[in-house]
Design a protein around this ligand. Structure first.
Ligand SMILES: O=C(O)CCC(=O)C(=O)O
Length: 277
């Protein structure tokens, strides 16, 4: 993307709270990553089948910390260039999460604002949502309420639908006017960016193909996170603030090492939420 394209994307993001579609990679590269995802997903199929969507984070969150190919996706230069235009040159990745919906599995995401439960100060972050398969109205693409990032934080409640992909079923507890909601339709290899305060969610997959995408959450190095032992990965520039413990990019393809890292990372990030199997 050229300089003007990046600046246009950054301006749209700042005025309406999201921007899409942006192209991260071509068909061959996208297919190669989709195969990586499918092979990983086959290796954890038993867990995904025997656990509700709300518990899938145990295998689908923070994979950039333990799977080298996900780290590669997270440092895609096209994505990082636009994020840099928005957040500046020193970038950390503090969270990632695959959001997969199989045809007819009912998985959805309730209306929520990410900022509400991230504990970031200041509230500076940007999520890139990268599609490996078509993310359409039928497959259950993300939906956002335009300009809602200008609103103050809305009250949320925890809900307990097993098909809500959010670990605690976080949901805005006042009425959301979804009449003007925008569908973030993406082709494979495209991504959207959304602001931490934008109201967003998604409906179930009513199509015959899986929807596979990953949310990659970036912050500038000066941000603090008010949680015990904050953990992040430096993905561009320098971190002169040391507000986070920095985890190095994963390099091992040894399955035992991957399993050990997964448990450590997920326990560290989600420790007080659930026991990590
Ligand atoms: O993938 C989805 O449907 C929702 C994603 C989401 O809530 C997020 O990235 O914050």
């Amino acid at each position: 993307m050229n300089v003007q394209g990046k600046q246009r994307a950054a301006n749209t993001y700042s005025s309406q709270g999201y921007v899409f579609p942006l192209s991260a990679m071509g068909t061959d590269e996208t297919n190669a990553y989709r195969e990586c995802y499918e092979s990983y997903s086959a290796s954890i199929a038993e867990h995904l089948q025997t656990h509700d969507a709300r518990d899938h984070y145990l295998w689908l969150a923070e994979t950039h910390m333990y799977l080298p190919w996900v780290h590669e996706l997270a440092v895609n230069p096209v994505i990082l260039d636009v994020i840099e235009a928005i957040l500046g040159p020193d970038l950390l990745l503090f969270d990632s999460r695959w959001f997969t919906k199989q045809p007819g599995d009912g998985t959805f995401v309730s209306w929520h604002q990410d900022a509400n439960y991230w504990g970031l100060e200041p509230n500076l972050a940007c999520t890139a949502w990268l599609a490996l398969t078509a993310s359409t109205v039928e497959t259950g693409c993300m939906r956002v309420v335009p300009n809602s990032h200008h609103k103050t934080a809305l009250p949320h409640k925890f809900t307990d639908s097993p098909q809500n992909a959010l670990a605690r079923g976080q949901e805005i507890s006042v009425e959301v006017d979804e009449s003007g909601a925008d569908d973030l339709v993406l082709a494979p290899g495209e991504f959207s960016l959304h602001h931490p305060s934008i109201i967003h969610g998604s409906r179930p997959n009513t199509s015959t193909i899986p929807r596979i995408g990953i949310a990659l959450r970036y912050i500038p190095a000066q941000v603090r996170q008010h949680v015990a032992d904050p953990l992040a990965m430096l993905v561009r520039g320098n971190d002169t603030y040391s507000h986070f413990d920095l985890i190095p990019p994963p390099t091992s393809s040894d399955l035992d090492e991957i399993a050990r890292l997964r448990k450590n990372c997920v326990r560290r990030v989600y420790g007080n939420l659930s026991s990590v199997e």
